[in-house]
Design a binder for this molecule. Structure first.
Ligand SMILES: NC(=O)c1ccc[n+]([C@@H]2O[C@H](COP(=O)([O-])OP(=O)(O)OC[C@H]3O[C@@H](n4cnc5c(N)ncnc54)[C@H](OP(=O)(O)O)[C@@H]3O)[C@@H](O)[C@H]2O)c1
Length: 258
C-alpha cells in the first residue's frame, strides 16, 4: 500500500524533501498560501490554513495521512505547535525538519533579542541606516522608530508601506550570495542589520557580509518549538524514513482511530 505523507512546507527544504520522498510515497505539500507566486514545488500542493489544530486533525483523518512532517520555517511557531498537537490527537506520527540556527563566529557583532519589538528598541534613539531582512508581516513594528532610514527586502510587496518618512523597498527572493549582500550593504551605507536566525546557507550571505564589513546585526532569537522527533537536514530526515520504513512510524490503524 502506498503511504500518504503530508509535509507542512513553505521552505526550500520542504520542497526538496517532498521531491525526495515522492518516489516512495504519496506526498502532499502544504503551503500557507501567503506568497503570491510560490516557486513550483514538483509534487501536489494544497494551500491555505487548516483552521487551527482541530482543522488539521480533520484533514489528517479525512486524507488518511500516515505520516506528518513539519518542515516549516523555524519562526513559524504556530503551525508547528498545531502540527504537534494535531498529530497527537489524530494519532498520526510526526517528524520535524529543524534546520539548526547560525552560531556567532569571531568578528560577528550580534545583539540578541527575543522579539521583533525588542529589535526595534535595540536600534536606539539616534537615526541609523538599517537593513530589515525580515518577513513583510514583521516589518510593521518599525513604525515605532520613524527616525531611522530603512532598507526593506521582501519576497512580496510590503502593504501597507511603513508609516516612516525614509524607507526604500526591495523585492527579491533568495538565495543571496555573500558578494551581492556585501555590495547591497555598501551601496545603501547600511549601519545595522536586523535578521532572524533562520539557519541554512540561502540567507547567510548578509550575516557573513555584515561580519566582513564590521556591521552590527540585531538577531531576533528563535521561538520555542514543540519537542518532536526531528532531523537537521533533508538527507537525514529522508534517510530516517528510509532506514525504518514509513511503517515504523505508523501505528496499527485501530490505534489511530481511522
Ligand atoms: N515566519 C517566517 O519567518 C517564515 C519564513 C519563511 C517561510 N515561512 C513559511 O511561511 C508560512 C507562514 O509562516 P508564519 O510564520 O506565518 O506561520 P505561523 O505563524 O506559524 O502560522 C500561522 C497560520 O498560518 C497557517 N499555516 C502556516 N504554515 C502553513 C502551512 N505550511 N500549511 C498550511 N497552513 C499553514 C496556519 O493556519 P491554520 O491555523 O488556519 O491552519 C497557521 O496557524 C509557513 O509555511 C512557513 O514555513 C515563514
Amino acid at each position: 500500500m502506498t503511504h500518504r505523507i503530508l509535509i507542512l512546507g513553505g521552505t526550500t527544504e520542504a520542497r526538496q524533501l517532498a521531491e525526495k520522498l515522492a518516489a516512495r510515497a504519496s506526498v502532499t505539500l502544504s503551503l500557507a498560501g501567503r506568497t503570491e507566486s510560490p516557486v513550483a514545488q514538483g509534487v501536489p500542493v494544497r494551500s491555505g490554513g487548516f483552521g487551527g489544530a482541530d482543522g488539521l486533525v480533520a484533514y489528517l483523518r479525512e486524507k488518511r495521512t500516515d505520516l506528518l512532517i513539519d518542515a516549516t520555517h523555524p519562526y513559524a511557531a504556530r503551525i508547528s505547535a498545531n502540527a504537534a498537537q494535531a498529530a497527537r490527537v489524530a494519532g498520526v506520527p510526526i517528524l520535524a525538519l529543524r534546520r539548526p540556527g547560525w552560531e556567532p563566529v569571531e568578528g560577528d557583532r550580534w545583539t540578541l533579542v527575543d522579539t521583533v519589538d525588542d529589535a526595534v528598541q535595540a536600534l536606539g534613539a539616534a537615526p541609523r541606516r538599517v537593513f530589515l531582512a525580515l518577513g513583510r508581516q514583521e516589518v510593521g513594528a518599525f513604525d515605532a522608530a520613524p527616525q531611522h532610514h530603512y532598507l526593506i527586502r521582501s519576497v512580496d510587496p510590503v502593504e501597507p508601506k511603513l508609516a516612516v518618512p525614509d524607507a526604500t523597498y526591495l523585492l527579491a527572493r533568495g538565495p543571496f550570495r555573500e558578494d551581492d549582500e556585501r555590495a547591497l550593504l555598501e551601496t545603501h551605507r547600511i549601519e545595522i542589520v536586523v535578521s532572524k536566525n533562520s539557519g541554512g546557507a540561502a540567507t547567510y550571505g548578509k550575516i557573513a557580509a555584515a561580519r566582513a564589513l564590521g556591521i552590527e546585526v540585531v538577531m531576533v532569537q528563535r521561538p520555542d518549538l514543540p519537542d518532536v522527533p526531528s532531523a537537521e537536514t533533508v538527507e537525514v530526515l529522508a534517510a530516517l524514513v528510509d532506514q525504518f520504513g514509513i511503517d515504523h512510524f505508523v501505528g496499527p490503524a485501530a490505534e489511530r482511530g481511522v
